[in-house]
Design a protein around this ligand. Structure first.
Ligand code: DHB
Length: 391
């Protein structure tokens, strides 16, 4: 069969793109190896930039983000024995919205179902082919064992950080940029009341901790750990002791409760350039991964597809691949700014395993320079709340 755009990956990038294309009268088919439940049950980040909120609510996905989301006008940076607020509203007149990625996914999957979108969850044997021909193909086997080949005008790899699609770009035609980090995050969900009104990014000699939230009764927290850490070795008591000692260094105390989820999240910075090859384009984590500090991953994926939908409209109308190159150039400007911001937040706040007392005191000096200066705080506020399009 045929479609205009074949999309591999039904995460937020693939589903949002399919939604935006449908609004422009362009057909797409989206496939994903994972089942819908499996995606819904994977806990991810929780912070949306204003532009991400606008994309969800302003393009008719749904307005639940306004009802169930919580506006955050700042964050706290805790270090050196005290806490320092970064006032987003006061510095840049912007806010962020606490609204978990799983809810973004549910809203998008529901909207595509409501609007008759063709989304195939739980398929197997996905492959893409004929990328440099005029009729590239997406192949897969659906949940009841039927093999399909769908010919398309263009293909999109929105298939996440372990992307199959990006591997189809010949080595000679792409550059991959990597950076590994010698730490990870131990992420938990706890049944407890919120400990603070805003997010706390906590630097301490024992390592970083992030106090986030989900609802009035469920909280999300992370603490820096070894990438090989075994979650089974951590009782609730041990986790609370570690978190309390890190935030206690800066005068905070957490409200405790039963821990209902524990996962280790790897850290890595990655970009593949360009974000197109023949009639294939890459979007979201398939093209770039950021470490989680600063919550840029989902926002970058949504920013990619906002630009990609525009350029694919041009490509479909002209039958030409030039707009795919324009997409890659437009998207990469933001990608590298976000790469820097995520790297900077990460290295400023985490303790390296071999850190010397000098390294820790130097980080405290950096944090004092940022929080003590309007110029320093304004950069953080601007980057955290998101760069307006084209800037
Ligand atoms: C969350 C995750 C982040 O990486 C971050 O910087 C802020 C919040 C979260 O899951 O709530």
């Amino acid at each position: 069969s045929r479609t205009q755009i074949g999309i591999v990956g039904a995460g937020p990038a693939g589903l949002m793109l399919s939604h935006l294309l449908a609004r422009a009268g362009i057909d797409s088919v989206v496939v994903d190896l994972r089942g819908r439940r499996e995606i819904e049950e994977t806990h991810r980040a929780g912070i949306l930039e204003q532009d991400s909120v606008d994309l969800l609510a302003g393009t008719g996905v749904c307005d639940r983000v306004h009802r169930d989301g919580h506006r955050h006008d700042g964050i706290e940076l805790a270090f050196g024995g005290g806490a320092h607020r970064i006032d987003f509203q006061g510095l840049v007149g912007a806010s962020t919205q606490l609204y978990p990625q799983t809810d973004v996914f549910i809203d998008l999957a529901d909207a595509r179902e409501r609007d008759g979108g063709d989304i195939r969850f739980g398929v197997t044997d996905v492959s893409v082919d004929g990328l440099t021909s005029d009729t590239p193909a997406m192949r897969f086997t659906d949940a009841d064992g039927t093999a399909h080949e769908i010919r398309a005008d263009f293909l999109v790899g929105a298939d996440g950080s372990r992307s199959l699609c990006r591997r189809e770009v010949p080595q000679a035609r792409r550059t991959q940029y990597f950076r590994e980090y010698p730490f990870a995050w131990f992420g938990i969900l706890a049944e407890a009341p919120p400990s603070a009104p805003e997010l706390i990014y906590n630097h301490s000699p024992r390592g970083f901790a992030l106090i986030s939230r989900r609802t009035e009764t469920v909280q999300r927290m992370y603490f820096q750990c070894d990438p090989a850490e075994d979650t089974a070795a951590w009782s609730d008591d041990r986790i609370w002791e570690e978190l309390q000692s890190r935030v206690g260094a800066n005068g905070h105390t957490l409200k405790e409760g039963p821990i209902t989820s524990r996962t280790v999240l790897p850290f890595r910075s990655f970009v593949q350039e360009p974000m197109h090859h023949g009639r294939l384009v890459l979007a979201g984590d398939a093209a770039h991964t950021v470490p989680p500090t600063g919550a840029k991953g989902l926002n970058l994926a949504l920013a990619d597809v906002r630009v990609l939908a525009e350029e694919l409209e041009r490509a479909v109308a002209s039958g030409d691949t030039a707009p795919l190159e324009t997409y890659s150039e437009r998207a990469l400007g933001r990608v590298w700014k976000a790469q820097h911001f995520s790297y900077w937040m990460t290295t400023m706040l985490h303790t390296l395993p071999e850190a010397t007392p000098f390294d820790v005191r130097r980080q405290e000096g950096e944090l004092a320079a940022v929080t003590g200066s309007t110029a320093g705080s304004t950069y953080l506020a601007e980057a955290y709340t998101g760069w307006p399009e084209g800037r």
